[in-house]
Design a protein around this ligand. Structure first.
Ligand code: PLP
Length: 428
């Protein structure tokens, strides 16, 4: 009996040790981080397309253009040397030189190589900044609607995301909304204008007031400027640098940019941050322990893009502006859908709440019934909306909106052709 008890006890101990190991084998924080919904949708669309389904992807955050020739030639020249090695952690000097020139031309700021760090996309740049400035429980203000990755990244560095939602339900943040979100723990605010997902450019007065306020309060202003040149109707996205008299060493403004959106070079994974020397050095130390550096071939490509003919940017910008116009025109024929005209980016964020308050369910229904990928507004902190991308072809834009209309609007024709298939709407 005693032997039996002790065997049982040992078994229980082993078992409880094992279940303890199971519970503790992954980090609770890491386990709680959501998959990027946009990347998940990309994958779903890819799988459906592979199965031969005539999916239209209005969820995509990338255009269909080819990379600029100067980028390809830059990477090919480096590859031809067969000398493909580690680079300095913060980037090859010639790429940093090109970034410094870009900063001078586009921001009217002269910065030193020690203020620049090249990373694997603007995404890593934002993460590096957050990792390097946030202490546990520090708060970071995020303006809704916001890019899906910001809140998760803040949580990943043990910070607390504080979402500031415009009280009027619009897309333009106001200083009152920011002030309400500020506390003694506020360390930074992330600003993305032109904005993913709404496409709006924040007004100059807002940026000016925000920079002044944050500099007084010792709060970093992280400007995610990844779409800053992809703007329409002759508008210009205000640069935060313009509203500080401080130099790059003493300003609280940190700028993030990259080649992904500007040149449609999403797969090259090159972005950068401009910050004071101390912070840049800290980010470099952090990056040196994680990725060592970004791939030299891709850095050479980014350098090629930045130093080559800039007609690729204008041509992409014009395509996007035209696509946006067509999308707005198509959406206008929709009763009940309200759309704020995007000033830039690849996206618009129409309000579909007249059809459904549940954007996740609506997006799933559109994918299932009409084979159309959209991104639920809930992911961006704007329930009732859907993010539609006009970065694809004009045909995708027109056909995509027609399919949404077919699925939702009882006044639209009952039948539609999707590829070879005739579909009949039987739910309205
Ligand atoms: N910032 C915003 C606002 C974005 O929309 C994206 C991509 O969708 C990124 C950053 C990431 O850019 P990258 O591809 O350079 O990492």
């Amino acid at each position: 009996m005693i032997i039996y008890d002790s065997v049982c006890a040992t078994f229980r101990n082993e078992n409880s040790k094992r279940s303890l190991v199971n519970i503790m084998s992954v980090s609770q924080l890491a386990n709680s981080i959501a998959e990027s919904p946009t990347l998940k949708l990309n994958e779903e669309a890819r799988v459906l397309k592979e199965k031969g389904e005539a999916v239209i992807h209005l969820g995509a955050g990338e255009p269909k253009n080819k990379a600029p020739l100067s980028a390809i030639l830059g990477a090919a020249a480096k590859l031809n040397t067969a000398d493909v090695k580690y680079t300095p952690t913060d980037g090859i000097p010639s790429l940093k030189k090109a970034i410094i020139k870009y900063t001078e031309e586009n921001y009217d700021r002269i910065v030193a190589p020690e203020n620049v760090i090249v990373s694997a996309g603007a995404k890593q740049s934002v993460y590096n900044i957050l990792y390097s400035i946030i202490n546990p429980q520090d708060e970071v203000i995020i303006l809704a609607p916001y890019w899906v990755s910001y809140p998760e990244m803040v949580r990943m560095v043990y910070g607390v995301p504080v979402i500031a939602t415009p009280e009027d339900g619009g897309f333009y943040p106001r200083m009152e909304d920011v002030m309400k979100a500020v506390s003694s723990y506020t360390k930074a605010i992330i600003v993305n204008s032109p904005n993913n997902p709404s496409g709006v450019i924040y007004p100059e007065e807002f940026i000016a007031e925000l920079v002044e306020f944050c500099e007084k309060k010792d709060i970093y202003v992280i400007m995610d400027d990844i779409y800053h040149k992809l703007v329409f109707d002759g508008k210009k996205a205000p640069s935060a640098y313009k509203y500080t008299k401080k130099d790059v060493e003493s300003t609280h403004v940190i700028v993030v940019n990259g080649v992904s959106k500007l040149y449609g070079m999403t797969g090259f994974r090159i972005g950068w941050a401009i910050a004071n020397r101390k912070l840049t050095q800290i980010m470099t130390n952090v990056q040196s322990q994680i990725t060592s550096c970004t791939a030299v071939l891709l850095q050479a490509a980014a350098e090629g893009a930045l130093t080559g003919l800039q007609s690729a940017v204008e041509s992409l910008r014009m395509t996007l502006e035209n696509n946006r116009n067509v999308m707005l025109e198509e959406l206008r024929s929709f009763d009940g859908v309200k759309t704020v005209k995007p000033d830039g980016t690849y996206y618009c964020l129409p309000d579909f709440s007249a059809y459904s308050r549940n954007s996740v369910a609506l997006s799933e229904m559109l994918l299932k019934k009409a084979l159309i990928v959209t991104v639920p507004g809930k992911e961006f902190g704007m329930e009732g909306h859907l993010r539609l991308s006009y970065a694809g072809s004009l045909k995708d834009v027109t056909e995509g909106v027609a399919r949404i209309k077919w699925a939702l609007d009882p006044n639209s024709p009952k039948e539609i052709y999707i590829g070879e298939r005739k579909l009949v709407r039987d739910w309205l």
